[in-house]
Design a protein around this ligand. Structure first.
Ligand SMILES: NC(=O)C1=CN([C@@H]2O[C@H](COP(=O)(O)OP(=O)(O)OC[C@H]3O[C@@H](n4cnc5c(N)ncnc54)[C@H](O)[C@@H]3O)[C@@H](O)[C@H]2O)C=CC1
Ligand SMILES: O=C([O-])CC(=O)C(=O)O
Length: 346
């Protein structure tokens, strides 16, 4: 990795004198393919996600970063006959090379749940991992879009925001908590209920990414779902508990990995399409958001553009059941967000 070695030397000599802003490298020109870094690429999500991104024609350089297991995964993926170039970066010393010039950084690093745990039980370990990785992002690719998968998303995204604020690099239009798996699940379960191909279904999912904070707005989905309230409640509960369904089924071997990799690759591809100037890219994600609710972070439908979030779509009209769910999630979501902010202030 001669290029990487050169960059390492460059940063070792320069980094202490530079401000983060000066570290910025221009992002890739639209249409030329993008540089994507996967932090946590050796894991259950990281490996299949890296595979799917190796297949994505919009990816030019695919940087695989982890504390272990990157060389083998990168060697393996690099034999696939697609244009994306794959490189391996292992351990903190090689983080700068993984990040320098990255257009988008996706972060699935961290521990997953075991049966009986909540996502919040992962906070103590994953908060520090996300903080450290985001400090690297702030330093080496402060203009990159950042997509955080590591749980608890309701807290790790506020942690990332605080890291970037401290570094003077925070751009709320480019920081996303990945909630796409909730949308994928909602589309799948509603497609089953309607007896249609789930690929033709689109259900917005708003709020956050844990239990009751996951609010699928079934009444605003397309095609229209007309079911009795009891069935709608059961569908909503299944979507909210779907992560736990997988955790239980895996019986100690982790949480959703393959469906998450699919969801994350869909989200990353949507971001790269928007970055390249495609119009009409709308996705749900958990972001810094003061426009749609009084919560400081919220997942809602976003129109993405070349600079990140271009527009917050208005919240869909909620029916009485959804409105009840919305009111009852607020306290939990606010406290999870505050927990992330407090972590950075103690
Ligand atoms: N946002 C969402 O919808 C979902 C989020 N998740 C979350 O994604 C995270 C990862 O899940 P899995 O891939 O199943 O876990 P995993 O344990 O299989 O993989 C995690 C990877 O992170 C790496 N890692 C740990 N510390 C690191 C560090 N400091 N820097 C770089 N890499 C580091 C590990 O070496 C490992 O390869 C978990 O927190 C899980 O809860 C999982 C499913 C859905
Ligand atoms: O449930 C978990 O721990 C992993 C996750 O976030 C999901 O599958 O939605």
């Amino acid at each position: 990795m001669e290029r990487a070695a050169v960059l390492s030397r460059h940063f070792a000599a320069e980094e202490r004198q530079r401000s983060p802003q000066l570290d910025a490298q221009p992002t890739s020109a639209p249409g030329s393919g993008y540089n994507v870094a996967v932090l946590g690429s050796g894991g259950g999500i990281g490996q299949p996600l890296s595979l799917l991104l190796k297949l994505c024609p919009r990816v030019r350089d695919l940087r695989l970063y982890d504390v272990a297991n990157t060389a083998g995964v990168a060697a393996d993926l690099s034999h696939i006959a697609t244009a994306a170039r794959v490189s391996a970066h292992t351990g903190g010393d090689e983080l700068p090379d993984a990040l320098y010039g990255a257009d988008l950084v996706v972060i699935p690093a961290g521990v997953p749940r075991k049966p009986g745990m909540t996502r919040d039980d992962l906070f103590n370990i994953n908060a520090g991992i996300v903080r450290t990785l985001c400090e690297g992002v702030a330093r080496y690719c402060p203009h990159a879009w950042v997509a955080i998968i590591s749980n608890p998303v309701n807290s790790t995204v506020p942690i990332a925001a605080e890291v970037f604020k401290r570094a003077g690099t925070f751009n709320p239009a480019k920081l996303f908590g990945v909630t796409m798996l909730d949308v994928v699940r909602a589309n799948t379960f509603v497609g089953e209920a309607l007896g249609v191909d789930p690929a033709t279904v689109n259900v917005p999912v708003i709020g956050g990414h844990a239990g009751v904070t996951i609010l699928p707005v079934l009444s605003a989905g397309t095609p229209k779902l007309s079911v009795p309230e009891g069935q709608a409640r059961a569908l909503m509960a299944r979507i909210q508990d779907a992560g736990t369904e997988v955790v239980k089924a895996k019986a100690g071997a982790g949480s959703a990995t393959l469906s998450m990799a699919y969801a994350a690759s869909r989200f990353v591809e949507a971001c790269l399409r928007a970055m390249a100037g495609e119009v009409g890219v709308v996705e749900c994600a958990f972001v810094a958001s003061s426009l749609v609710t009084d919560l400081p972070f919220f997942a809602s439908q976003l129109r993405l553009g070349p600079g990140g979030i271009a527009e917050f779509l208005p919240l869909p009209r909620l029916n009485a059941m959804e409105q009840g769910n919305f009111e009852s999630m607020k306290a939990e979501l606010r406290s999870s967000i505050q927990k992330g902010v407090d972590f950075m202030n103690t």
